[in-house]
Design a protein around this ligand. Structure first.
Ligand SMILES: Cc1cc2nc3c(=O)[nH]c(=O)nc-3n(C[C@H](O)[C@H](O)[C@H](O)COP(=O)(O)O)c2cc1C
Length: 204
């Protein structure tokens, strides 16, 4: 089968860190030959909460042009990369709410046999990146998805040290997305696209 691999990058981001990593993943996946849909999940927090944090309001306004995800984006995709900031060591409620809306697609088997991967961001170094990604990956097993983590498949993974997915430590807004995180995004995006292509072409 020919044509580009179809990848959906689906994320929630309050203050913009995860959004920036999502954009890096999109660029790298496109460079690897994928057709990419960048999609954000809907904001559920009330305006009062968003307005209490200027970075949250700024990111929400800056990303309004990014289309909100729908279940069809997942059905369309050969591969899906989910992104969420860490929330108490877990997936953000906004992304979880979207995942919880996928019952009909799950029931019809429309989420199965796709490649899935994930990325996250925390404030602190041991703030729960791995627990967030593993929590996210629980749902992938229920989908019948094919989980593709980056592992230590590239020398740079021994530098960033997270085989579960791209991750970043923002130090409460001090540390911007840097070369190390972008390199991790590059490894992950290319691996997801290449594995998805091999699976698709192999089953054709
Ligand atoms: C309610 C809440 C819970 C959080 N929980 C954690 C946590 O468990 N560990 C951590 O290191 N950072 C935690 N953070 C910080 C964010 O995960 C971190 O700043 C992240 O990079 C924000 O990503 P974003 O800019 O894409 O929203 C939390 C932030 C909020 C608002």
């Amino acid at each position: 089968m020919s044509g580009p691999v179809k990848l959906a990058v689906v994320y929630y981001s309050a203050t913009g860190v995860v959004a920036e990593i999502a954009n890096a993943l999109v660029s790298e996946a496109e460079a690897a030959g994928a057709e990419v849909r960048l999609r954000r999940v809907a904001e559920l927090a009330p305006d009062e909460a968003v307005d209490a944090n200027p970075a949250w309001r700024a990111n929400l306004e800056a990303t309004r042009a990014v289309a909100e995800v729908t279940p069809d984006d997942l059905v369309w995709a050969d591969a899906v990369i989910f992104g969420s900031p860490t929330r108490y060591g877990n997936v953000a409620a906004q992304l979880k709410q979207f995942i919880d809306s996928l019952g009909p697609q799950w029931q019809q088997g429309l989420l199965a046999d796709k490649v899935y991967s994930g990325f996250t961001s925390t404030s602190t170094k041991h703030g729960g990146q791995e627990s967030t990604l593993l929590a996210l990956y629980n749902s992938v097993h229920h989908f019948g998805g094919i989980l593709v983590g980056p592992g230590y498949t590239d020398g740079s993974k021994f530098v960033d040290g997270n085989p579960y997915g791209t991750s970043h430590v923002d130090g409460q807004g001090q540390f911007k997305v840097d070369g190390e995180t972008r390199q991790a995004a590059s490894v992950q995006a290319r691996r997801v696209v290449n594995v998805a292509r091999a699976l698709r072409d192999g089953s054709a």
